[in-house]
Write a protein that binds this ligand. Sequence first.
Ligand code: ARG
Length: 578
Amino acid sequence: MLHIFLEQRVRAAVAQVLPEAATATILVRPCADARFGDYQTNSLMSLAKERKLNPRQLATGVVAQLDVNEWCEQVEIAGAGFLNFRVKSEAVATVMRGALRGDHGFFRKVSAPRTVVVDFSSPNVAKPMHVGHIRSTILGDCLARVFRLLGHRVVTDNHVGDWGTQFGKLLVGWKQQLNPAALQSDPIGEMERLYKVIHAACDADPAVLEQARQELVKLQNGDAENLAIWREMIGRSQTQFDTIYRRLGVAFDHTLGESFYNPRLKAVVQELSALGLARESEGAMAVFFDDNPELKAHPAIVQKSDGAANYATTDLATLVYRLETWRPDEIVYVTDGRQQLHFKQIFAVFRRWHPEARAKLVHVWFGAILGEDGKPFKTRSGEIVKLADLLDEAEDRAFKVVTEKNPEWPEAQCREIARVVGIGAIKYADLLPNRQSDYGFNWDKMLALTGNTAPYLLYAYTRVRSIFRKRGENEAAFDAEQAARTPFPLTAPEELTLAKHLLNFGFVLEAVVEEHRPNYLCNYLYDLAGHYARFYEACPVLKAEGATRTARLALCELTGRVLKQGLEALGLETTEQM
Ligand code: ARG
């Protein structure tokens, strides 16, 4: 929180010294290394450079105008013109008191909320969700949560793949080989089987391929029977997706599948042609990017030579629909890295098509999930791993961890905790790595009680909470309001380090949405748990007395709040005991 106050003051001081400067670019960040101070800005150096000023001289001039006495010790000018700020412990205590009173949770809601559309999960009908979709689901849900927490208006939209040439084969399979019992028990499994059987038959026999083509054309032309089957495929798939979403605690504001945009596709191609953006090429219609070195060799095809629209056409129609419907300031697409070229093309076409549009378009892509052998994650028999099986296994393994720790607890209680820990472990393992690197799926690592894992953080939270259970029987419940009125001595270095770390919660939340990187929040919470452990080691809480005891209990309370809120922002449930 303090970085915002400091930033405002530095901007004001710069405005005094350089009245023409655009101060919005001036940033104050937490110091990576506490030896240099708590906060730092390096923005003066670029301001000086742009104006050919001596940076240290500029820094001196700015510091002369800078009024941060209430929060900081003497501001230090360092190196080539950094400003280092060291926060007074009384200022830290003031922020702690504000949090205890409920004025803030170490972050501020943004003053100018933005509307952000998050397009994530987006599995395909009649196909099982796989580990790639889980990553999109977990990352997208986390980003939506953090945007919301900061006060932005969020619209989540599941862009389900419910249209395309695969339905020709699926329709042939459905009409000729459907096993109704299998459809009842595992609809997506049965549809997947049908698709594979007919796909193989098409390879072997051109007559079947022709049948599939005809079924597709009938569907596209609105044949009632085919439409009804197609709708049933969507409905049954959605029911299975919803089971997974319920287990993951993920919900969407909208599920507008690809087919929703069918009536808009012709107009996209027409407009792009009329504007001279799309032109005919070998029977297809394509947008060429002659002046874009990266995309020069990759024209975007918006209509295939058989006249059909494709994934790109649909995404362009979707983009325009979203802008018209929700007027977003930003649209975030969460998919795996293999779609990078696709989104570059979509964004490039769109910028030329609607040069007036201001919305920020971001492809938040992620790497692959690898098995323990370093190859793409598969089951032993080489099949893709199904999400439902993965979640079951996570809960089973977590159950072992929980029962080993607490053999005397009733099974139902262990099962419930194992659900929270198992699902949490899967999510956390997905969120923790830099999203653009591939990561190795490793059960033992993600379920370990030590290290940067969900079980460790969930356990840390239960330890914080246990202090409040351990307090004397006759003691009244901890009264945060009252604690806010008592003096707040932060004398031990471990207390101060912990408290200062709490101050940076908001900074980290902002960084998460700014760069679309949930791993920042994972690492922040891991560090928080570490600072808490060192504090707890060094500073007796329940054995302390008077104001020290109250302040330490207050630190526990606030750490617990931030841990819980942070874990929930990642999409993890918490548990009071583990
Ligand atoms: N259904 C697609 C897939 O499974 C992902 C869709 C992502 N969103 C989008 N607007 N293209 O690969």
